[in-house]
Design a protein around this ligand. Structure first.
Ligand SMILES: [Zn+2]
Length: 204
């Protein structure tokens, strides 16, 4: 099933130009893995920016987009190697930290992007998450399971970008845990005691 929530044109254009912070580019790449529509849009942006110089070969950016971003994160000079394992197995994860019953977080190790906070968050079905606001931009791609918030239903492959104007309370939908890949540049401001506990992951 194709994702229903996509990055904006501005986000895709910045991705094509390589101007995102690497951690944010990683979250976009995770969406592109599942979304042929956005891969085509990125190709169009790349072609438009390079058309004046030469014909750009029509390559499929999706197949190796993630590997390229990962290479930028960890080994800037390394050749990107195609890797067909599921994304969850390819991410360089730190140890899982349980921050509340049914809720764990694991940092994605980004030694070359220390200012990006990149992490996986897994929330079990039926666990409420905290209503929270954002103090900076946040990108999110759902890797497994589904959640719903005031803006709709998000399942595997769906992308969400939020900024400090957003105040929302996601709820996990279905009977499996919801695992999301996040990049954030600011701290979350959770409301209430449970909120502060659940969102201790902001310190990963
Ligand atoms: Zn898309």
């Amino acid at each position: 099933m194709n994702p229903r929530h996509h990055p904006s044109a501005d986000v895709l254009a910045a991705y094509a130009a390589g101007t995102h912070e690497p951690g944010f580019g990683l979250v976009v790449a995770a969406h592109l893995e599942t979304c042929s529509e956005c891969r085509a849009r990125v190709r169009a942006f790349e072609a438009a920016s390079g058309a004046a110089l030469e014909d750009i070969p029509q390559t499929d950016v999706g197949a190796d987009a993630l590997a390229k971003v990962m290479a930028r994160l960890d080994q800037p000079s390394a050749e990107a190697q195609p890797d067909t394992r599921p994304l969850l197995e390819r991410l360089p994860l730190g140890p899982r930290k349980w921050v509340a019953p049914g809720v764990w977080v694991a940092a994605v190790e980004t030694p070359h992007a220390p200012d990006n906070r990149v992490y996986l968050l897994s929330v079990a079905p039926g666990m409420p998450t905290a209503r929270h606001e954002h103090s900076g931009a946040e990108f999110c791609t759902v890797l497994k399971g589904a959640f719903r918030d005031e803006s709709g239903l998000y399942s595997a492959g769906d992308f969400a970008a939020t900024d400090e104007d957003v105040d929302h309370q996601p709820v996990v939908i279905g009977d499996e845990e919801c695992v999301c890949l996040f990049a954030t540049e600011g701290r979350l401001k959770a409301r209430g005691v449970l909120g502060r506990l659940a969102f201790a992951y902001a310190d990963v």
